[in-house]
Design a protein around this ligand. Structure first.
Ligand code: GLY
Length: 369
């Protein structure tokens, strides 16, 4: 067992992200000092519960907790108000009080939904995030964003609730599909661009997914290297959210590639993975920004090479006009402006308010037709 502890001292709560190998069974002893009460609700899904549920429940029971379980059907389609309402009812039926806590065991859908239920039940109770997907480990479990989707769009009902603890056992990635693992590298490459050449090159020079191409599962992963990369990603995100918990400033840089990425994701009717859309968004944004004289061409080339090496898209078949139309509906639009995150160099980005018309020009220049 090896691990790294990353402290996240946000203004609303200071907590640890523990990242390592073979640490899942230590969850109970780590949660015990953080929760006054004696009852926990494990929120998970139909995919993750059979894989890790009993181990997690045993660890928590051994630490003296009474456990209830809410396992909903896996998939983004269930991250909705109905599942959220059922989760709240299960919390009430389980007798959870303000001293008790929710354990979110699963990927981003579980973490977002369980976090939002915890944020609103009795006006807010403790949540512990136990992410089991790579995307959730490097991104959604850290930083306190919680949400469910509405018919009008993704993540439209939500709240900020920093977790009391995030426990990331990279060995749980062994059961992830290679497609989902690869998809997460869209966010990881984004973090590399934000962090600078050291992390970017560490990711770009030796693609972690390479041994998996053609393999049946992720059990062939280099878990030590994976733990190092995951911890580095958590540190990148930590350094941003401790300064700007509520996305009024620097946290917007985490949206690098997302404005175009979200539009591609929505246009694909969410059939394309989030990470793949972010990767395509990042490549298109950089090419467009290079055409507008904002991003140096060698930086754009390095980003596209890295994305390509991971088997992720650097372009889209969604037309520029369809993307621009979606931008007009983006929830992060500010009046007639979008805050474009522009790469100046690896490790240096700028949040630049742009008129939608100018951003549209960037998008048209960035798409290779
Ligand atoms: N995923 C971007 C953020 O947490 O702010």
């Amino acid at each position: 067992m090896s691990e790294e502890i990353i402290q996240v001292p946000t203004s609303s709560r200071a907590y640890d992200v523990i990242c390592g190998r073979g640490i899942l069974d230590t969850l109970g002893e780590r949660v015990r000092p953080l929760v006054k009460g004696s009852t926990l609700l494990i929120v998970t899904d139909s995919h993750v519960w059979p894989l890790y549920g009993e181990r997690v429940a045993d660890s928590l029971r051994n630490a003296g907790f009474a456990i209830s379980i809410f396992a909903f059907e896996a998939g983004e389609a269930r991250k909705n108000l109905q599942t959220y309402a059922t989760c709240l009812e299960v919390m009430a039926q389980s007798g959870l009080t303000r001293d008790d806590a929710v354990i979110a065991l699963g990927g981003g859908v579980v973490g977002d939904l369980a976090g939002f239920a915890a944020a609103t039940y009795m006006r807010g109770i403790t949540v512990v995030q136990v992410p089991t997907s790579l995307l959730a480990m490097v991104d959604s479990s850290v930083g306190g964003k919680t949400a469910v989707d509405l018919q009008g769009g993704k993540n439209l009902a939500g709240a900020f609730l920093q977790p009391a603890l995030v426990l990331e056992d990279v060995e749980t990635l062994a059961t992830l599909s290679p497609a989902l693992l690869t998809d997460a590298f869209g966010e990881i490459i984004k973090h590399g661009v934000l962090a600078g050449p050291a992390l970017f090159n560490a990711i770009a020079d030796h693609p972690l997914t390479a041994p998996l191409f053609g393999a049946a599962d992720c059990a062939a992963l280099d878990f030590d290297r994976m733990a190092t990369i995951v911890a580095a990603n958590v540190r990148v995100k930590r350094d941003v959210v401790v300064i700007d918990e509520r996305e009024s400033g620097i946290r917007q840089t985490l949206n690098l590639g997302h404005t175009i990425g979200h539009a591609i994701e929505a246009a694909s009717n969410y059939t394309l993975g989030h990470g793949a859309c972010v990767a395509a968004g990042l490549a298109i944004l950089s090419r467009g920004a290079t055409a507008l004289g904002l991003t140096p061409a060698p930086v754009t080339r390095a980003i596209a090479r890295c994305i390509d090496a991971y088997g992720l898209p650097t372009n889209t078949t969604v037309g520029a006009e369809a993307i621009i139309e979606r931008l007009r509906m983006d929830k992060k639009r500010h009046g007639s402006n979008v805050n474009a995150v522009i790469v100046r160099f690896l490790g240096e980005v700028e949040v630049r308010p742009m008129e939608i018309g100018q951003f549209a020009e960037l998008v048209r220049a960035g798409i290779v037709s």
